[in-house]
Design a protein around this ligand. Structure first.
Ligand code: DON
Length: 333
C-alpha cells in the first residue's frame, strides 16, 4: 500500500513532542490526507462488524503529559479486537517476566496472516508472537486467575487501567464472534495438542473473544498508547499499569508484528510500534512522547485500517516521531 505522504517533510526524532500549534496543524493535515482515501474493505467475517461506516474516521493524539489533541469525525465506539493483544500481553508479561514470556509465546514475526494455522504447523506448535491469534490465545491462557471469570476480571481491570476509565463489552459483537469463530477454536485445539495452551480451549477462546469485544474510542486508544509511551504510567490518571521494562518489551513486539505481515512495510514508512484491530482501530506509540489513536473501519488486505495508516504516516513525518530519523550532528557541536 502506498501511504501517500512522501511530500510531507521528514523531521528528525528529537526528545520531545512539538508544541500544541504544530500538533494541531499536523493533525489537520493528517486528517485531510486520510479523508482523500476511500479504498479498503470493512471486515465482515464477524457479522456484527459488517455494519460499520466505511467512511468513519477519528484521529486523536495524547502526549505523555496527558494533553489530548483531536480531529474527530464521529467519536464512535468500536471493539478493540486485536489491539487488546498488545495490552493483555503487557499485563501477562508483568506476571511472567521477560524470559518466560519469550519462551512461552515468542517475539518473531510469522510473515503470515493473523489467523494462520499454517504458521503454527511450520513452527512445531510454537505461536511465534503474541500479536497473531495463536500467540494471543496462548497469552490469554496465561492470564492469572483460578477460573475464566477471575481471568476475565483481571483483563478488564487491566485494559481499563490503560484507558483510564472503566471499559465495557459490546455484547452483540461478542455473541456474533462466538457464533462464528470456529477458526480460533481450531487454533486453540491445535495449541493444546502441542501442549502450548494453559487451560481448556473453549474457555480460553471465550475469554479471548470477550477481550476482543471491549468497546473503545480513538481517544481511549491514544491514552492506552500514551501509557506505553510513558513507561507504563497512565499520563491522565497517573496510575502505574505495567513496569517500564514491560512497556519496552511490549513496544518491541508491536514494532516487529503489530501490523502482521505488513509490519516491515509499516516500520519502513512510519518507524514506530503500532497495533491494528479488525474493527478499524489503530494505536501507535512514540516512546517518551505520546500515543496516537485512530478509527477507520476500511482495512487493507492484512486487516489494518487504511486511513489510520495514512494519518499516522503523516504525523510520524511531520512531528518527527519516526524513531529511526536523525539529523547529522552539526559541525563543531
Ligand atoms: O480473533 C479474531 O479474529 C478477532 N477477534 C480479532 C482479529 C483482529 O483484530 C485482526 N486485526 N486486524
Amino acid at each position: 500500500m502506498d501511504l501517500d505522504v512522501s511530500d510531507v517533510r521528514q523531521q528528525a526524532a528529537t526528545g520531545l513532542i512539538p508544541p500544541e500549534g504544530e500538533i494541531m496543524a499536523a493533525l489537520r493535515g493528517a486528517y485531510e490526507r486520510a479523508l482523500e482515501h476511500h479504498e479498503g474493505q470493512v471486515a465482515d467475517y464477524i457479522p456484527a462488524l459488517a455494519r460499520a461506516d466505511h467512511e468513519a474516521f477519528d484521529l486523536v493524539v495524547v502526549d505523555v503529559e496527558g494533553n489530548s489533541y483531536q480531529q474527530q469525525g464521529s467519536g464512535a465506539s468500536f471493539t478493540i479486537q486485536s489491539i487488546s493483544k498488545a495490552f493483555v500481553y503487557a499485563l501477562v508479561c508483568e506476571r511472567l517476566g521477560h524470559e518466560r514470556a519469550l519462551e512461552l509465546v515468542g517475539v518473531n514475526n510469522t510473515g503470515l496472516p493473523f489467523n494462520s494455522v499454517i504458521a503454527l504447523e511450520l513452527n512445531h506448535g510454537h505461536p511465534m508472537n503474541p500479536m497473531v491469534n495463536a500467540g494471543a490465545l496462548s497469552t490469554t491462557s496465561l492470564v492469572p486467575g483460578d477460573n475464566p471469570t477471575s481471568q476475565w476480571e483481571f483483563i478488564l481491570a487491566g485494559l481499563s487501567g490503560f484507558a483510564g476509565h472503566q471499559l465495557t463489552v459490546d455484547e452483540e459483537v461478542f455473541q456474533s464472534e462466538m457464533a462464528t469463530n470456529q477458526r480460533n477454536m481450531a487454533i486453540a485445539r491445535l495449541l493444546q495438542s502441542y501442549d502450548r495452551l494453559d487451560g481448556d480451549p473453549d474457555q480460553v477462546v471465550e475469554v479471548y473473544t470477550r477481550q476482543c469485544s471491549v468497546q473503545v474510542t480513538a481517544a481511549d486508544l491514544a491514552v492506552m498508547g500514551a501509557t506505553l509511551a510513558d513507561g507504563g504510567v497512565n499520563p491522565i490518571t497517573k496510575q502505574r499499569v505495567v513496569s517500564a521494562e514491560v512497556a519496552r518489551d511490549t513496544l518491541a513486539v508491536m514494532a516487529a508484528s503489530g501490523l502482521y505481515e505488513n509490519s516491515g512495510l509499516w516500520l519502513f514508512d512510519i518507524g514506530l510500534p503500532g497495533k491494528s484491530g479488525v474493527a478499524g482501530g489503530l494505536v501507535t506509540v512514540a516512546p517518551g512522547k505520546g500515543g496516537i489513536g485512530c478509527y477507520g473501519p476500511a482495512l487493507d488486505s492484512a486487516g489494518n485500517s487504511v486511513r489510520g495508516q495514512i494519518a499516522t504516516a503523516y504525523l510520524s513525518r511531520s512531528l518527527g516521531l519516526n524513531i529511526f530519523a536523525s539529523n547529522p550532528r552539526p559541525e563543531g557541536a
